[in-house]
Design a protein around this ligand. Structure first.
Ligand SMILES: NC(=O)c1ccc[n+]([C@@H]2O[C@H](COP(=O)([O-])OP(=O)(O)OC[C@H]3O[C@@H](n4cnc5c(N)ncnc54)[C@H](OP(=O)(O)O)[C@@H]3O)[C@@H](O)[C@H]2O)c1
Length: 235
């Protein structure tokens, strides 16, 4: 028996990287899962509701949330994790890169929370965990649009805390530094300071998410910031 046993969680961007690590750790804690990604991977997790879901399309998000609630009988946790990045000088980024970062990182978070929130409120003790970034706390070189998208996530989640506290729903920004995943490797990451030896693992981040979710319900963690020892803290 764990504190999380029997809870139901929706994780966006669950097919690999941080989202997959969160899914595996929550499954190990007997959380029932809904998994969203464009590939629809179920990670081999028994009873998970997994389907192709592009978080840029609110109808696809609504359909997945409805399927999760129908199968698992409710929804308690949203981990808004799906994200993309393209690094480089602002004027070198294509309009498609701009749109994708804003649409997936910002609108995808809004759509997932919007669709899930009535169920969290109904359950009386929900959790929204947004996987933001250090890039949501500081302006970083060659990450102007990515930073804009991550600041938006952080602002949204912090603001939502005010209106949800009395309904028992907690809101947390998780802001890691560099994590060793495939993230943005095709889109400029690796040519900046961001890819360094000694980066954290996706499991390191997932452990922080589990820590946040297992705090006693008399308090909430608003933001966690953590980064590899090889990475400066940029003031
Ligand atoms: N890696 C880092 O250094 C780092 C640091 C701080 C914060 N973060 C944040 O952590 C989150 C996860 O990053 P990661 O490192 O795990 O990246 P990753 O390995 O590239 O995984 C990204 C996940 O998002 C999904 N995804 C992308 N576009 C999507 C869309 N339109 N709809 C649904 N799912 C979509 C991908 O699945 P499909 O391709 O199957 O759709 C994949 O499961 C992101 O929000 C990122 O900004 C990462």
């Amino acid at each position: 028996m764990t504190e999380l046993e029997g809870k139901v969680a929706l994780i966006t961007g669950a097919s690999r990287g941080i989202g997959a690590a969160v899914a595996r750790q929550l499954a190990a804690a007997n959380v029932k899962l809904g998994l969203a990604s464009r590939s629809g991977d179920d990670l081999g997790i028994e009873h998970a509701v997994a389907r192709q879901c592009d978080v840029r399309d609110p109808r696809q998000v609504d359909a997945l949330v409805a399927a999760v609630v129908e199968k698992h009988g409710g929804l308690d946790i949203v981990v808004a994790n799906a994200g993309v990045g393209a690094y480089g000088r602002f004027l070198d980024l294509s309009p498609e890169h701009l749109d994708e970062m804003i649409d997936v990182n910002v609108k995808g978070t809004l759509y997932a929370v919007r669709s899930a929130l009535p169920h969290l409120v109904r359950g009386g003790e929900g959790d929204i965990v947004t996987i933001a970034s250090e890039a949501g706390r500081r302006g970083l070189p060659y990450e102007a649009v990515y930073c804009a998208s991550k600041f938006a996530q952080v602002g949204f989640t912090r603001a939502l805390d005010h209106e949800l506290r009395e309904s028992g729903v907690r809101c947390t920004n998780v802001c890691p530094g560099g994590v060793a995943t495939d993230f943005a490797l095709e889109a400029g990451r690796g040519r900046t300071h961001d890819v360094l030896p000694g980066m954290m693992s996706a499991d390191d981040v997932a452990e922080v998410v589990v820590f946040v979710l297992t705090r006693p319900r008399n308090h909430r963690i608003l933001e966690t910031a953590f980064r590899p020892m090889t990475e400066p803290s940029w003031g």
